[in-house]
Design a protein around this ligand. Structure first.
Ligand code: GLN
Length: 492
């Protein structure tokens, strides 16, 4: 079978349970594709073929014995920010180049328990700080739609692997857009769940009050399957919430688009830098939803201008604290021949962290320092609350809020945007994390250069089922999510 990579998660599950193919065949199929095609995409940091085949054989045995889960035997890739026992976890940083975790992240543990097969670990911006995946110490990943373009970031490896059909689906994390923006740049569906829905245990921390893991896949249906596995309370993460988990797959047809009130924030569609093609494709997708029975309601989100400054204070502040643990003593990169302890800290950190990570540590340390704490950090926290209240007020009148996921399509590799230019590209995604809300990206067409455009739908707390369901119905009525990049069409 040469076209196993064209099957959806549901089709893969059916094929495995009806023994049309085995998990070993399926896993070998993907490993072959990775071996042949990933030299062009460079989505994987580490491929784990031996372990994957062992897991596949175990899955085949479970399938035969009749004690398989819905997903037993299906392969996936993990962002290299999830700790994986016995397999290197780098978070895209030289400082963790030699780090092998002694335990699995809860998300990884859950995918293993569900019988999923890990193909390997995929590339990302260093410590998830970035929007292009270029800041990874192993180098840039390519966008499967145009190999000289970035896949977005920070979960760029996850997006590129799925868009090139080098994994059926993948995990990602989203602190300020890192699932939604790469999904948008690569023509995929990606869900950032409500803060607390998925355990953060074993995910290398960037900004703990914003970090959240979620699925990246071709369709809302594929995402729903992965959400069923990874969502839920975890005693090892005190911010994960004890709340019943929906059956996201069963709920896919539960929300009616008929009568759905979609909020269109006035401020969002007048943003300087919003690309005309992106705007047009997003508006067309909204028109489609309107045809399907939704009502578009103009709303105000008055705090829009505050999103970028607020996030780029709070996230670096938390990062400066989280990253203080990398000191060259217990694990990670250590400089050669340190003169004394100070020299060891200084040089290990200067050599181990890339420029963007260093910039954020400096900004964060400054914002938290005595004398500036009230003026910057405390003020940002207050503004964060106002941003959240803005959304809650909007949700009194609408069910979901629509926006682009990013103001542009993918950048060229090496475009070398200034930090502020880069940060402004996050305008549509940051507020969702600041407020802790769930949001989803769905592919809705292409720009003049044939690069994918994404629509973002933001929901109220715990509305993951609703978001997946709306996108699922949109995808039943359109075919953008079925389009494949040329490299995905190639056979191994
Ligand atoms: N691009 C944003 C940043 O650089 C978001 C990253 C993320 O969500 N991890 O911080």
């Amino acid at each position: 079978m040469t076209d196993l990579h064209r099957l959806s998660i549901r089709e893969l599950a059916e094929g495995l349970s009806q023994a049309k193919f085995s998990s070993r065949e399926l896993t070998e199929h993907y490993l072959k594709r990775i071996a042949k095609l990933d030299s062009q995409v460079k989505s994987y940091v580490t491929v784990t073929p031996e372990q994957a085949l062992v897991e596949a054989d175990t899955a085949d045995a479970a399938l035969k014995a009749g004690n398989a889960t819905a997903l037993t035997g299906i392969p996936l890739a993990h962002k290299d920010i999830f700790c994986t026992k016995g397999i290197k976890t780098t978070a895209g940083s030289k400082i963790l180049d030699n780090f092998i975790s002694p335990y699995d992240a809860t998300v990884v543990e859950k995918t293993k328990a569900a019988g999923l097969v890990t193909l390997g670990k995929v590339n990302m911006d260093e410590f998830a700080m970035g929007s292009t995946s270029e800041s990874s110490y192993v180098g840039a990943t390519s966008n499967p739609w145009a190999l000289d373009h970035v896949p977005g970031g920070s979960s760029g490896g996850s997006a590129a692997a799925v868009a090139a059909d080098l994994a059926p689906f993948a995990t990602g994390t989203d602190t300020g857009g890192s699932i939604r923006q790469p999904a948008s740049f690569c023509g995929l569906t990606g869900l950032k769940p409500t803060y607390g829905r998925v355990s953060r245990f074993g995910i290398i921390a960037y900004a703990s009050s914003l970090d959240q893991a979620g699925p990246m896949a071709r369709s809302a249906e594929d995402c729903a399957y992965l959400m069923n596995v990874i969502a839920g309370h975890d005693a090892k993460d005190s911010t994960s919430v004890k709340k019943e988990v929906d059956d996201y797959v069963t709920n896919l047809s539960n929300t009616s688009v008929k009568g759905l009130r979609i909020g269109i924030p006035k401020q969002y569609f007048n943003v300087v830098g919003l690309d005309a093609d992106v705007k047009a494709r997003v508006e067309e997708s909204l028109k489609k939803l309107e045809e399907m029975g939704a009502t578009l309601v103009e709303i105000d989100l008055n705090m829009t201008e505050a999103y970028v400054p607020t996030y780029y204070l709070i996230a670096p502040a938390e990062a400066s604290s989280n990253l203080s643990r990398y000191d060259g003593v217990r694990y990670g990169h250590r400089c050669e021949n340190p003169a004394d302890l100070m020299d060891l800290y200084k040089r290990s950190r200067s050599e181990g962290f890339g420029p963007e990570v260093q910039r954020r540590i400096l900004i964060g340390t400054y914002a938290l320092s005595a004398g500036y704490y009230d003026a910057y950090y405390v003020k940002a926290q207050k503004v964060r609350r106002l941003i959240q209240q803005d959304f809650l007020k909007a949700f009194e009148n609408v069910d979901v809020i629509a926006a682009p996921s990013a103001p542009t399509t993918a950048y060229k590799i090496g475009a070398n945007l200034s930090p502020t230019e880069m940060y402004l590209g996050d305008i549509y995604t940051l507020a969702v994390n600041l407020a802790g809300l769930p949001a989803i990206n769905a592919p809705v067409g292409f720009d003049k250069d044939s690069l994918p455009v994404g629509l973002q739908l933001i929901g109220n707390y715990w509305s993951e089922s609703q978001l997946l369901s709306i996108v699922h119905q949109y995808q039943q009525n359109t075919d953008w999510h079925t389009k494949r990049a040329a490299i995905a069409e190639e056979n191994a």
